[in-house]
Design a binder for this molecule. Sequence first.
Ligand code: FES
Length: 257
Amino acid sequence: MTERERNFPALRERLRPQCDEIIARYERKRSALLPIMHLFQRSEGYVSAQAMHATAEMLEITPGEVEGAVSFYTLLYRRPVGRYMLQVCRGLACSINGAEDVMAYFREKLGIGHLETTADGLFSYEEVECLAACDRATCMEVNLDFVYDLTPAKIDEMLAAMRAGTYAVAPTVQTEAPAGTWAIPQDAQVAGGEKSRGARGVPQPNNAGGVGDASGIIMLDNIVAGNVRRFTGTTERAIVDSHAVVETVEEEARAGH
Ligand code: FES
């Protein structure tokens, strides 16, 4: 058992009043899921399996439901990460404004790639989808704090300040040493087509659709070929092969849609 795991029951008790206060704000307990996950992440540096189980218990939902929500958001980290989490936007507006160059510059300066952490545990790096700050592209988040209008000079200055311990945003707590990568192996199964039709044929589970990457191109090819359908009763965008399209049309016909 790690020291963090040994300390978890005490942390849980310490956070209990805050969790109760958050839960009381909502009509339904489960609505408190994300604020409670952020609370644990601020305390442990990431969302641990213990935190997810404890939250499931408090909210009277299953651990699977908790992990389903946590795994959706790049704002929540499911593995220990570096003291500075650098999440660079690769969305459309940022791509048009030079995100490819920004990402290449970060990778070169840090010596790591997407979903990796430097050996000293200082930086974790991720390329993420639109951060909803398109008017200030190219942009990123540092420990969930926005940085806009990125340039090589700005990046140099920022990394130097983080290394010197003088950066304006505080480093995150680190209750467990991060590994070289914080990718989640199960995500690869999803991308391999095991669970989600939308992820079928997408080569990189954590690159699901960024402009210019292979996943985005596969998605675009499917759209152009007319293989994308919106399924009845759900807002999920599904990319399916032609056989599955036929099946879906038949199902819809049977259901009288
Ligand atoms: S595309 Fe980067 S913030 Fe929207």
